[in-house]
Design a protein around this ligand. Structure first.
Ligand SMILES: [Zn+2]
Ligand SMILES: [Zn+2]
Length: 81
């Protein structure tokens, strides 16, 4: 047993969230390392990672909420997690 949680493989991530939440392109196409870095630091997602629709994003001092017209609302404190 180990307490270390390994990050999911890219393939698993692509199945779970087929689209880049930052640029809206398919995660399997191109390099989204820069997008991931932005999402992990200060920027809220702009696109739904499930369908790539543009989301309605609201940012407030404690975090953000993003709403996909199809998949509903997601929220985060800092970065898309
Ligand atoms: Zn991207
Ligand atoms: Zn969606």
């Amino acid at each position: 047993m180990s307490a270390v949680v390994e990050p999911p493989a890219d393939a698993d991530l692509a199945v779970e969230r087929p689209f880049c939440a930052w640029c809206g392109a398919a995660r399997t196409v191109g390099d989204h390392a820069g997008c991931d870095r932005r999402l992990a630091t200060v920027d809220p997602p702009r696109h739904c990672p499930l369908c790539a629709r543009r989301m309605v994003v609201q940012v407030d001092p404690v975090g953000w909420t993003a709403r996909c017209s199809r998949h509903g609302e997601s929220a985060g404190a800092n970065g898309f997690s």
